[in-house]
Design a protein around this ligand. Structure first.
Ligand SMILES: [Zn+2]
Length: 394
């Protein structure tokens, strides 16, 4: 009987969160992985494909539409509603649901607090369900490769609420004993955002996750044969020490398009306008730094076509833009520079972690080798990969 693999993806499991959780059920082999610049919507594709954001094109939830209207354009009409109405979470959820149905989006669709006028030029790169998609921005996921190789693959439906998703996961592991199982825990990320590191909420979440991982591994092992468990995060979490209201800065930014995420202010515009934006942001004595296209390239961020900004001002770890276009003040946040402690992801296993597994990009090759899958196929960028597939309006 061949080896089976259980991958448990725990959102916001960084090295310090893993240690605080006692190794999540005591998995003996632990390591840290270099993360990416951006948020989970960039980290998860990297984890699944083994290629950096520069190749798969994902980094932030919202990108600039590159050609004509993006998929979000119809939502600009929300601007006709009074702000107290269109900013209500129920109205936003309904609009997101209608958009997803109308445009056939199966990925994560959430509108947060994006000002309606911006929907005219914004796009959502994540059009597909990452766990069932064959490719993400041209790069094949290890889930898809395993399916193509004829293995039995289970990927937890991320759309389900946490408890229901885990109940479903255990049921499928028991009944089908897949060769590759991909489980998904989101509640630690939510708890850390709300209440910060070390909070009772976060501790309860990690205890539940540890118990669930143990049960899932035992269930899979009960079927006989060798099972390898890999628990992996996408980034960690930093506690917020300083909140910066970006609204005054936005009013003074002229001649550029700007998008404010929780930790970065991204801009698009002509060279001179970008230079003025840089001067303004650097002169505002914010904790952080300006990253131009070259600095983004050095971090393997997607730069061709500048979907996520021609340049951006990235806050230092522990600082937060609030209110931003994606949320308000919180106790914890991630999305800082790649060398920040919170930008590292944790990995833990019941088998020794290969020496070569040092970054988020290295997990997919490890899973492939455990399952005996062949070399991954990545479409060359500029062919059908990356830009065209990822953010062009088709
Ligand atoms: Zn998060």
């Amino acid at each position: 009987m061949h080896r089976r693999v259980l991958v448990v993806f725990v959102d916001a499991l960084g090295p310090s969160q893993l240690e605080a959780a006692g190794g999540l059920g005591g998995l003996p082999y632990r390591g840290r992985l270099r993360g990416i610049l951006g948020y989970s919507c960039g980290a998860l594709p990297t984890l699944l494909t083994g290629v950096p954001p520069a190749r798969h094109g994902r980094m932030c939830l919202f990108a600039r539409a590159t050609d004509g209207d993006g998929v979000l354009a119809p939502l600009a009409c929300l601007g006709f509603l009074p702000r107290v109405l269109h900013e209500r979470s129920r109205v936003r959820r309904l609009a997101a649901w209608m958009l997803a149905r109308r445009a056939g989006l199966t990925g994560y669709v959430e509108l947060y607090r994006v000002p309606p006028a911006l929907f005219r030029w914004l796009d959502l790169p994540e059009r597909e369900d990452l766990f069932t998609a064959e490719r993400i921005g041209g790069a094949e996921t290890f889930l898809s490769e395993a399916r193509r190789a004829g293995l039995r693959v289970f990927a937890a439906p991320w759309q389900l609420p946490e408890d229901a998703r885990w109940a479903h996961t255990e049921e499928v592991l028991r009944a089908q004993r897949p060769d590759l199982a991909f489980a998904y825990a989101t509640e630690l990320d939510g708890a850390l955002h709300r209440t910060g590191n070390g909070s009772a909420d976060a501790q309860r979440a990690t205890r539940r996750i540890a118990a669930r991982i143990q049960r899932a591994a035992e269930t899979l092992r009960a079927g006989g044969g060798e099972v390898t468990t890999i628990v992996v995060g996408d980034h960690g979490m930093a506690d917020i020490g300083r909140v910066i209201d970006p609204r005054g800065l936005l009013r003074r930014l002229h001649g550029v398009r700007a998008f404010v995420d929780s930790t970065m202010l991204r801009v698009w515009g002509e060279d001179r306008a970008l230079a003025r934006a840089r001067e303004l942001l650097e002169g505002a004595e914010l904790p952080g730094q300006w990253l131009d296209t070259r600095a983004l390239e050095a971090r393997q961020a997607p730069t061709r076509g500048a979907p996520h900004g021609q340049a951006l001002f990235l806050l230092q770890e522990g600082a937060l833009f609030a209110p931003s276009f994606v949320g308000g003040a919180m106790r914890g946040m991630h999305g800082y520079d790649v060398d920040s402690p919170s930008a590292f992801a944790a990995v833990a296993s019941d088998t020794p972690i290969p020496e070569t597994c040092r970054a988020l990009t290295d997990v997919a090759p490890w899973v492939r080798s455990l399952l005996g899958l062949s070399v991954p196929s990545v479409l060359p960028p500029g062919d059908r990969g990356n830009e065209e597939v990822t953010w062009d309006v088709v």
